[in-house]
Design a protein around this ligand. Structure first.
Ligand code: HEC
Length: 192
């Protein structure tokens, strides 16, 4: 069968999730704070899916375990330098996904785009969008990313929702906070 990811995902995810995905289409980096994204981030504080999640551990997953930074950039504005999606990865700061939506996309990826899946069992059974690997047309197969354990996917979602989603454009202070001891070098380009 052929696979049209937007359509299929649209049928399977709640309408709000699809709206969020479309709203996160690559945009220029000169954006104001996105009100819908800020509201989605605020709702994360009481989301039962994130109960007990460790956002600090999630930062390590974002930077090192899952290397999300390579495509999404340290600040989630999609300016990572991975040649597979240079500058084109979704603006996570403007994403309006809820915790369940992030969990699904991180676990299952977005087939037909460079966004990889991180659940190492994905597409072996039908846990992702009801699809198994053999159902994809050549060239439409989902990309495999780094494996991330289920509890670390939840920690990662907590980090994104507390530190990235709904935030206005990153400042020098945000950069210094992210890079800590190496901020002087890493963030020099942001100094005004
Ligand atoms: C190889 C590059 C690449 C890597 C690595 C990557 N992504 Fe993505 N990601 C993308 C691209 C490109 C898109 C946009 C896909 C589209 O819809 O066209 C995307 C989309 C997303 C979305 C959907 C946002 C929305 O609101 O629709 C989320 C969430 C996301 N990525 C999170 C992550 C996380 C977390 C990681 C690390 C575990 C990660 N990504 C790793 C390239 C990447």
């Amino acid at each position: 069968m052929s696979f049209a990811p937007r359509k299929l995902i649209g049928m399977l995810l709640a309408p709000g999730l699809l709206a969020g995905m479309l709203a996160a289409a690559p945009a220029t980096a000169t954006y104001a704070q996105d009100a819908a994204a800020a509201a989605a981030a605020a709702a994360a504080a009481t989301d039962p899916l994130l109960a007990g999640a460790d956002a600090e551990r999630g930062k390590e997953v974002f930077a090192k375990v899952g290397v999300c930074v390579s495509c999404h950039g340290w600040d989630g504005d999609g300016t990572g330098k991975n040649p597979r999606s240079e500058g084109a990865a979704a603006l996570l700061r403007e994403s309006t996904l809820d915790a369940a939506g992030f969990k699904e996309i991180i676990s299952c990826g977005i087939p037909g785009t460079p966004m990889p899946y991180h659940d190492n069992q994905a597409y072996k059974d039908d846990r992702c969008y009801g699809m198994t690997a053999d159902m994809f047309e050549p060239g439409q197969e989902p990309h495999k990313g780094k494996s991330i354990k289920p509890e670390d996917i939840i920690n990662l979602v907590a980090y994104i929702q507390t530190h990235i989603q709904g935030k206005p454009k990153a400042t020098y202070e945000d950069c210094a906070d992210y890079f800590g001891a190496s901020a002087e070098k890493a963030c020099a380009f942001m100094k005004r």
